[in-house]
Write a protein that binds this ligand. Structure first.
Ligand SMILES: NC(=O)c1ccc[n+]([C@@H]2O[C@H](COP(=O)([O-])OP(=O)(O)OC[C@H]3O[C@@H](n4cnc5c(N)ncnc54)[C@H](OP(=O)(O)O)[C@@H]3O)[C@@H](O)[C@H]2O)c1
Length: 321
């Protein structure tokens, strides 16, 4: 995979620190706004990236690039992904994929028509600890409760309280706790149970922004709750409770974490070999999918992303957003 990075913010830096552990992945270009040129040059130098672009069109026209990574604020995902697909590039786009289901459907059609890969960078579904929960699901009996908590007081929360509104806290730009953190819990639950029968979101609002909230996803035989907070901290964790056994995960749904299995006979840890960098498992899979042109993996992942996005849309509908 010969990747061009769009953006030079927190997630792009995070990805750059994982690249060395993803065989077959080469970053060939980085693109950003002209005002960020110094930062782009600095990152390019530090990570041996040969080309820096401040114009999207030139970056997308580069024949050395076969895949584009969209590491931009949420409201820019759709336009950037569409431009990349129309330029004939595969796309790996940050979460949440797009602002609406209709936007994702449009991207899906373009990718299918052009035989390109279109993938959402949502670490949860590729993480080995989460895959282990999915694998063991049938052994838990009838699933009764799923709980997924991601509470992380944002490094940008103090600035928000002081009146500054970063995109991650701006509902007009696809920000807020549900879209930023709750989306991981939605992927976690929908990946286990499919789409819920009913969805209701209960936000805590500060200046019209959900800085935290509780999402209830109801199924015929199972209830699920997703807790997300950017305004306060707690130990993030998940529990998947069946009437025969329960798996608890000690960690947030983006990084996952150690698993413990509890049955009537007692509790024991489940050994899962994971990479310490949360983005390595997903990018190893993306490199494979692009290299093999694995259309069925693309379509399976897109169907899952689409189900998660529909659930997110129903959650925001439930509060009239
Ligand atoms: N931060 C994380 O840990 C994290 C984790 C997982 C996923 N994500 C996802 O990654 C994406 C980016 O988040 P982030 O935290 O990396 O944001 P960030 O630090 O604010 O970086 C955003 C990047 O987008 C650029 N940008 C902003 N507005 C733009 C515009 N109007 N036109 C073109 N470029 C623009 C910024 O460029 P300038 O420098 O020129 O402003 C910057 O390079 C989001 O979708 C988020 O959900 C983030």
């Amino acid at each position: 995979m010969r990747l061009a990075l769009l953006g030079s913010g927190m997630i792009v830096r995070d990805l750059l620190s994982a690249v060395a552990d993803v065989p077959g992945l080469t970053v060939v270009a980085i693109q950003g706004r002209p005002a960020s040129q110094d930062r782009l040059e600095e990152l390019a130098q530090a990570h041996g990236i040969p080309k820096v672009y401040t114009d999207l069109g030139s970056c997308l026209a580069d024949p050395e690039v076969d895949t584009v990574y969209v590491g931009l604020p949420n409201d820019l995902h759709h336009a950037a992904s569409r431009a990349a697909l129309e330029a004939g590039k595969h796309v790996v786009c940050e979460k949440p994929f797009t602002s609406t289901v209709a936007e994702l459907e449009e991207l899906t059609r373009i990718a299918a028509a052009r035989g390109l890969m279109l993938l959402e960078a949502i670490t949860t579904v590729h993480h080995r600890a989460y895959r282990e929960i999915v694998r063991r699901l049938p052994s838990l009996g009838r699933l009764r409760l799923v709980e997924c908590v991601y509470s992380q007081r944002s490094s940008r929360y103090d600035a928000f309280r002081a009146g500054e509104v970063h995109a991650a806290f701006d509902p007009g730009r696809g920000g807020g706790a549900l879209r930023d953190l709750g989306i991981y819990g939605i992927h976690f639950v929908v990946g286990l149970l499919g789409e819920p029968d009913s969805v209701s979101y209960h936000p805590t609002l500060e200046r019209g922004v959900d800085t935290s909230g509780v999402l209830v996803l109801s199924y015929a035989q199972t209830q699920a709750v997703v807790v997300c907070a950017k305004d306060s901290h707690a130990s993030s964790h998940a529990a998947v409770q069946g009437d025969e056994a329960t798996i608890e995960m000690h960690g947030a749904p983006n990084t996952c974490g150690p698993l413990v299995l509890t049955t009537p006979a007692g509790s024991r840890p489940l050994e899962v070999e994971t990479h310490p960098h949360r983005m390595v498992d997903e990018f190893r899979e993306f490199v494979r999918i692009v290299a093999e042109g694995d259309v069925s993996a693309r379509d399976r992942l897109l169907a899952h992303s689409s189900a998660a996005l529909r659930t997110l849309e129903r959650a925001t509908d439930s509060v009239g957003w």
